[in-house]
Design a protein around this ligand. Structure first.
Ligand SMILES: NC(=O)c1ccc[n+]([C@@H]2O[C@H](COP(=O)([O-])OP(=O)(O)OC[C@H]3O[C@@H](n4cnc5c(N)ncnc54)[C@H](O)[C@@H]3O)[C@@H](O)[C@H]2O)c1
Length: 248
């Protein structure tokens, strides 16, 4: 069950956080893993028996070279996890000078489009693609509009891709994580008490969902965006209400 034996998987944003946890889990499940990131992940790739390809996902030629490298190395490509992402905090709508919208769009949206396209071209007649969106597709915030509007489209993009690639036997799904304990995650007391479980997520918990979506066990799950938020969106927690009331 959930075996990835003989599967070849590319994971972007794999130098740390959710991406590395996913690559580690995939390798343990039998996959041959190709780790991609702008940052160096050579040692980490070696540690889990994979290979590392330095890649900027916002440059299509680099994503193309990445996916081709997986095929050259292992003869096939079965799984692509388009997980690389960036967040610029403090970018406000009224800030006319900011380049933050364009930058985040190029990495978080175009990076996923390039990943889907270049992976699907090489998947033959079957495969699984998982895109990392964010709970930010449902929730907004001050100073992160560039991030929010670069993550929300991933959900609809995933649905479009699921329809377009279904004739090729490729499933496309997304995960929408809440705050996760990674370099990017905003791990603070607000995040903890906003969660009914009283903590933020661990990257391994996101990797487990991605693993399911990437595996053949999810063969009837397609065009789906799995919200992995520990019930945060269910409503305010007693701890959050108490903190707000205490501040009155
Ligand atoms: N941590 C959270 O709270 C959280 C919540 C929701 C969604 N996410 C999403 O999860 C994904 C993984 O993030 P994480 O939390 O593991 O953080 P992270 O910072 O540990 O990982 C992100 C990785 O993406 C890489 N990256 C950034 N820009 C890149 C580019 N242009 N090309 C290639 N690699 C690039 C970074 O070097 C980094 O290794 C991201 O898409 C992020 O938006 C994270």
């Amino acid at each position: 069950m959930f075996s990835l034996d003989d599967k070849v998987a590319v994971i972007t944003g794999a130098a740390g956080g959710i991406g590395f946890a996913t690559a580690t889990r995939f390798a343990a499940a039998g996959a041959r893993v190709v780790l991609a990131d702008m940052a160096d992940a050579q040692a980490k790739a070696t540690e889990i028996g994979g290979i590392f390809v330095r890649t900027d996902v916002s440059v299509e030629a680099e994503v193309e070279a990445l996916m081709q490298r997986a095929v050259d190395e292992h003869g096939r490509l079965d799984i692509a996890v388009n997980n690389a992402g960036m967040m610029i905090v403090g970018n406000r709508i009224m800030d006319e000078e900011s380049d933050a919208y364009r930058k985040q769009f190029e990495v978080n949206v175009m990076g996923v489009i390039y990943g889907i396209r270049q992976a699907a071209k090489r998947m033959g007649t079957g495969g699984a693609i998982v895109n990392t969106a964010s709970l930010a597709f449902q929730r907004s915030g001050s100073g992160i509009s560039g991030y929010v509007i670069s993550k929300a489209p991933i959900v609809n993009l995933t649905r479009c891709a699921a329809i377009e690639l279904a004739p090729q036997g490729i499933r496309v799904n997304a995960i929408c994580p809440s705050t996760t304990d990674t370099a990017m995650g905003w791990v603070n007391n607000y995040a903890r008490i906003s969660s009914p479980l009283g903590r933020v997520a661990r990257p391994e918990e996101m990797a487990a969902v991605i693993h399911f979506l990437a595996s053949d066990d999810a063969s009837w799950v397609n065009g789906e965006a799995i919200v992995a938020d520990g019930a945060i969106m269910c409503g305010p927690t007693p701890a959050l209400q108490a903190a707000a009331n205490a501040a009155e």
